[in-house]
Design a protein around this ligand. Structure first.
Ligand code: GNR
Ligand code: NI
Length: 185
């Protein structure tokens, strides 16, 4: 297991356009494992390879949502809500038909630490991608999965969530980040 350093703004590598994966080999599997280790450690719900300095079209996502429990009527729920891991791997992902209706989500990014802002994106998408063996999959996505996949796919084009904000809001986020770094130093 290896936790890799995560690139942060204004690292110029975050603007690189990532290239398609062509070799579905052991090196790819090892990188994906390290990406999960890094994402869970951060912690985050998604990670693009470029965030650990590798300009390849590879994403990992795990929304880590609370487990759904069936409760008997009247049964008191006093346990901690455990999180279920549902690790998902997306190689060479594509978005096929984004919906015309948009949804707004307060997004954050491990490369823009501790900063959050509302971003509007298509509410549902059809996604196509390859797995570690190169097999192609297709699925309709909605909710947080649709938002997160679009956020991660932006990283493959060198785009961050702050690039969706007005220039004023983007400057405010970057100023706050700078200030936070100074007080943390
Ligand atoms: O951990 C993350 N949380 C998150 C919240 C809302 C929308 C997108 C994300 S992705 C982010 C991890 C990250 O930076 N992935 O690139
Ligand atoms: Ni991000």
């Amino acid at each position: 297991m290896a936790i890799l350093p995560i690139l942060e703004v204004p690292d110029p590598r975050l603007k690189i356009i990532s290239t398609p994966v062509t070799e579905f080999d052991e090196g790819l599997k090892k990188l994906v494992e390290d990406m999960f280790d890094t994402m869970y450690d951060a912690p985050g719900i998604g990670l693009a390879a470029i965030q650990v300095g590798v300009p390849k079209r590879i994403l990992v996502i795990d929304l880590q949502e609370p487990a759904e429990h069936a409760h008997e009527h009247g049964e008191h729920c006093n346990h901690d809500h455990e999180v279920v891991r549902k690790p998902r791997i997306f190689i060479n992902p594509e978005i096929l038909d984004p919906s015309e209706d948009y949804s707004v989500y307060t997004e954050g990014c491990l490369s823009v630490p501790d900063q959050y802002a509302e971003v509007e994106r298509p509410a549902t998408i059809r996604a196509r991608w390859q797995d570690l063996d190169g097999n192609v999959h297709e699925e309709e996505m909605e909710g947080l999965m649709a938002t997160c996949l679009q956020h991660e796919m932006d990283h493959l084009e060198g785009i961050l969530f702050i690039d969706h904000l007005s220039r004023l809001k983007r400057q405010m986020v970057l100023k706050k980040l700078e200030k936070q770094r100074k007080t943390a130093a």
